[in-house]
Design a protein around this ligand. Sequence first.
Ligand code: NAP
Length: 311
Amino acid sequence: MTAKIIDGREVAAKIRAECRERVSRLNEQFDIAPGLAVLVIGDDPASAVYVRNKVRACADVGIRSTKLQFPHDVDPAVVTKAITELNADPSVHGILVQLPLPPHFAPSKVLRTISVDKDVDGFHLYNVGGLVVGDTVFPPCTPYGVLNLLDHEGILLEGKNVVVVGASNIVGKPMALMLMHRDATVCICHAKTRDLAQFTILADILVVAAGRRNLILPEMVKTGAVVIDVGINRLENGKLVGDVDFEGVRKKASYITPVPGGVGPMTVTMLLVNTISSAERIARGLKPALPSADGETRALEYSEESNGPSD
Ligand code: NAP
């Protein structure tokens, strides 16, 4: 068996074409131009590349993006004040704080300052909680992208054994929750899992997000499994590889994502989708969240005609 290679760039291009149409509709019918604000603290080179890609992707579909750059030693209060102002700015529909933050920041506190209805990364506690009960406002971009890849290939999830390797808050855990809501039977593995292979071998669908090169070898994969490689590892020669032994596993799997060109292009694209969805929600007349006395935000308030956060 040789796996079909899932082309993330091709799927992302289709979704971006839809994004352009949605942005045009917002412009023409509601005079709304979707806007994303990206806050960057410090000068981490990897973050700079990610932010540049996000800014370019926004321009590609007609989203206005604004980058707010802060020095590495900025007072966290300055950043939270900037977020509070962006929360109140009606021209901004999405706010993103590029992670990781310098050590003197408490990331969860900063993320909680973002209004839940502009939290396009989906990292605010309200959105994380929404994920647990199945009605998050913004699904986190990487697992949302994986789900879109699976749907695009017509891979059914109901009743499937899915193993997620990696249990981080931004990839593994939300991925597992999203798959549970699609009626898959989900197992999560992490660095302390004993005998990883005894779990991965049972997977109809294996999602790997550990950041460990060659973690998944062919003998750990069931014949015919769908293998999604989220991992990104840079080799000494500069080449990017995933967590899966691509050449070995592709001979056994039914579908596999490459690195690069698999999940990566989808992550940025889902950020665009979330930002446009936010602008559409406002266009449909949903009320923005109100800042509370302590600078944090209350849950979304929906107008009567809305169907709730997941519509
Ligand atoms: P992370 O926060 O470092 O989490 C890694 C997870 O993998 C942890 O849960 C860890 O377990 C687990 N893990 C580490 N070594 C393991 C092993 N030997 N066996 C089983 N589990 C192991 O990383 P992340 O942010 O989730 O990202 C994971 C990978 O995906 C990275 O390579 C990252 O660059 C990539 N990524 C790609 C995209 C994309 O768009 N393609 C987006 C985000 C991340 P513990 O919890 O026990 O420590």
